[in-house]
Design a protein around this ligand. Structure first.
Ligand SMILES: C[S@@+](CC[C@H](N)C(=O)[O-])C[C@H]1O[C@@H](n2cnc3c(N)ncnc32)[C@H](O)[C@@H]1O
Length: 282
């Protein structure tokens, strides 16, 4: 609250999704719920520490609408689930998973100070500390080392901070989750399975951590297109089951700020399911 906003991330034209092609709203942004039924739940107003313990887009409207897109729309997925939170940051989505019905959560986060925040935040809001565990370290190292039993994997805000997609997807496949929830920046509107190369700065809170393959404080990462995400899923036996209904959220919360990237198709929220069970969203 009262934070400086990211330039260029303001809500596009007061609630009007910008993902238009030839005057038509893109199918991913076409509202699917009746008008007025997708108003913000203001979830994080009940957990206000998260407005303060991160300076990575911890804006009130943004966090709350992300909660609605990732969790409220997928409530059934979390019921009784053991959840893995990849890039768990200050624990905001681990807490959200527990509050949405998850039995337990394991978070992996590369920055030790953020893991401290996550532990303090969950201690403040969750009575039973056996329900959460946070590991500090590179997500791929921790997954290679630890035995973690999961039903649901959350990969939120991470797919654009790595290029090591085959390792990541292979590790996820080994865990055999029944659902994988992805929230990611994407290479917008690309029709093919492309990945745009980007350089992250390892010192930034929001960015990739340095690893064995990075050099000079820079980390080569990628922004995959939606078809590229589909291909990654397919290569490891998953498929896209659903996209969250950002069209309705943007329509029903027209004054929400800092969510413009969801409105111009440069960010999406989706659920993967094992291919043999998938509904196969086209
Ligand atoms: C953009 S933030 C996303 C935070 C949160 N998951 C969300 O969606 O709001 C990216 C997070 O990934 C973490 N991160 C980046 N590279 C990592 C890696 N290789 N292993 C573990 N964490 C990493 C960063 O430290 C940062 O907390």
């Amino acid at each position: 609250m009262g934070r400086k906003r990211q330039p260029g991330k303001q809500m596009a034209a007061q609630g009007q999704p910008q993902g238009q092609q030839g005057g038509q709203v893109h199918e991913l942004l076409r509202p699917r719920r009746p008008v007025g039924t997708a108003r913000s739940s203001h979830f994080f107003d009940g957990f206000p520490r998260f407005y303060e313990t991160s300076h990575t887009t911890a804006f009130r409207d943004r966090l709350n609408l992300r909660y609605d897109a990732i969790f409220a729309e997928n409530r059934a997925i979390f019921e009784g689930a053991r959840v893995l939170d990849i890039a768990s940051h200050d624990g905001r989505w681990s807490l959200a998973a527990l509050e949405t019905g998850a039995k337990s959560v394991v978070g992996i986060e590369g920055k030790a100070d953020l893991v401290e925040h996550a532990n303090a935040n969950l201690a403040a809001y969750v009575e039973d500390d056996s329900r959460y565990t946070f590991y500090a370290g590179d997500v791929l190292d921790v997954l290679a080392r630890e035995k973690i039993d999961v039903d649901v994997v959350m990969c939120l805000g991470f797919l654009y901070h790595t290029l090591r997609y085959n390792e990541l997807m292979w590790r996820i496949r080994q865990l055999n989750p029944r659902k994988v929830i992805i929230d990611t920046q994407v290479h917008p509107r690309a029709k093919g399975p492309f990945v745009r190369m980007v350089l992250d700065k390892a010192g930034m809170q929001r960015d990739a951590i340095a690893d064995d393959y990075s050099y000079g404080g820079l980390v080569l990462v990628g922004h995959p297109s939606v078809p590229a995400v589909r291909m990654m899923a397919k290569a490891y036996g998953y498929e896209v089951e659903s996209f969250s209904d950002w069209g309705s959220l943007l329509r029903d919360n027209p004054t929400a700020s800092d969510v413009g990237d969801y409105g111009d198709l440069s960010r999406v929220t989706l659920v993967l399911t094992p291919a043999e069970e998938g509904a196969g969203a086209a």
